[in-house]
Design a protein around this ligand. Structure first.
Ligand SMILES: *Cc1c(COP(=O)(O)O)cnc(C)c1O
Ligand SMILES: [Zn+2]
Length: 411
């Protein structure tokens, strides 16, 4: 018996059938998938997880399907790396890096898209679409290609070239919109109202969001069915951030893990920090901003789950911090030099916020911290251009010796 029950309004609690719908008819609040886990026994669930496939579908008991769907491109099961050199550099006790760059299109978006497209197919859609800050475009184009679905992806015109190229290659209809992500999103909401398409982050959004819970399940499983003490995670719409907490809560409910919910720290770029600003000002809702930052994958000026992200940070004793573009570049370098993981700008944001929390003394010496690195450095190469020196020499041993003479003497 599947645990999935209904769609429920996060504001007024109204319930709806499991269809393509994302807003409440009576109060316009966002809808979320609800489950009844009372029939799920802990040992059975654990056995199915451990015997399951090396993909998000090992957690099928906690996803919105009666029967686990078949998908053509596996997502999830990314490495959780103990980062002792990073911890040491920051004066911290125990830091783990969850490296989502190992997904098929090199970001955590493969998790949400595999779930959203499986649902879109179940609901009978033959065309799928999305509004994207870049990584979602990559993932929708790739998973649609693997599934044989037609796809349309809408992106802001100023997106990094690497992300455009890594999307178009899959044979999608790529639409570059003159405007910000928020303009693209509004356009997609209008198109969703007039077309029979499955928009992964509009009418299929409640299912899409469920995919992010698998990151939490994985962290807990990789820690031996234990919870970390703290999670540092980037915030764009706030969906990933809040769904990681939901994943941990569900596993506590079923008894797969015990203890308090970790402290949640959200990370934003100063050039697009509506959630951090609202948190700082003690507000419950965000004031929309016009983004201007190198962290384009986080550039959502009007975040749908902002209020829920603020609430999560508050009730777990965490916070939402922002960092400058310069700190983001340094964050990318710090992670690369201490862990061997090259992240895109979003991961630079997260690492820089971790460094800020460490410097402020907000993190206890005995805490186990998980740093969520959501994407791949090769997609935002401009962020590291000019950050190091390359020695150009003639092909002779003398030229090499001359170039490195000073280093050789001083070392
Ligand atoms: C989309 C994205 C995020 C944040 O996603 P939300 O769920 O909208 O907060 C973080 N990092 C990367 C690399 C992303 O592409
Ligand atoms: Zn409602």
């Amino acid at each position: 018996m599947a645990a999935v029950e209904a769609l429920e309004c996060k504001e007024c609690g109204a319930r709806y059938a499991l269809e393509a719908r994302h807003a409440c008819d009576s109060c316009f609040g966002p809808l979320e998938v609800t489950y009844d886990f009372s029939g799920l026994d802990r040992e059975g669930a654990k056995r199915r997880i451990q015997a399951g496939p090396a993909s998000v579908w090992r957690y099928a008991d906690f996803l919105p399907f009666e029967r686990p769907p078949r998908t053509a491109l596996a997502a999830g099961v990314s490495p959780l790396i103990r980062a002792d050199r990073l911890a040491e550099r920051l004066g911290l006790g125990e830091v783990w890096v969850k490296n989502e760059a190992s997904n098929p299109t090199h970001s955590f978006k493969d998790r949400v898209v595999t779930v959203a497209l499986a649902k879109a197919q179940e609901l009978g859609y033959e065309v799928v679409a999305c509004a994207s800050t870049g990584n979602l475009a990559n993932a929708v184009a790739a998973h649609a290609a693997a599934a044989g679905l037609e796809s349309y992806v809408f992106v802001p015109a100023d997106l990094e070239e690497q992300k455009i190229l890594a999307t178009g290659v899959y044979g999608t209809h790529l639409v570059s919109v003159n405007g910000t992500y928020d303009d693209v999103n509004r356009l997609c909401s209008e198109l969703a109202a007039e077309r029979e398409w499955g928009f992964v982050n509009v009418n299929v959004r409640p299912y899409y969001a469920e995919g992010s819970k698998t990151l939490a399940y994985e962290v807990a499983e990789q820690l031996g069915f234990e919870l970390p003490d703290r999670v540092v995670c980037p915030v764009a719409s706030g969906s990933l951030f809040t769904k990681i907490a939901r994943g941990f809560e569900e596993w506590r409910e079923v008894g797969l893990v015990e203890g308090d919910l970790p402290t949640f720290n959200g990370a934003q770029a100063e050039g697009c920090s509506p959630v951090a600003q609202a948190f700082e000002a003690g507000l419950d809702v965000c004031k929309p901003v016009k983004p201007s930052t190198i962290a384009k994958s986080l550039a959502i000026g009007d975040p749908a789950d902002g209020p829920y992200a603020i609430d999560l940070a508050r009730r777990t004793g965490g916070g939402i911090d922002s960092v400058t573009d310069d700190e983001i570049r340094k964050g990318i370098g710090l992670l690369a030099e201490t862990t061997g993981v090259f992240t895109e700008t979003a991961g630079g944001v997260t690492t820089a916020v971790l460094a800020k929390l460490a410097e402020r003394g907000d993190i206890g010496a005995d805490e186990r911290v998980v740093l969520v690195i959501t994407g791949e450095g090769l997609k935002t190469l401009d962020a590291v251009r000019g950050s190091f020196e390359t020695r150009v020499i003639e092909p002779t041993t003398t030229a090499f010796a001359e170039a490195f003479q000073r280093e050789a003497v001083t070392s």
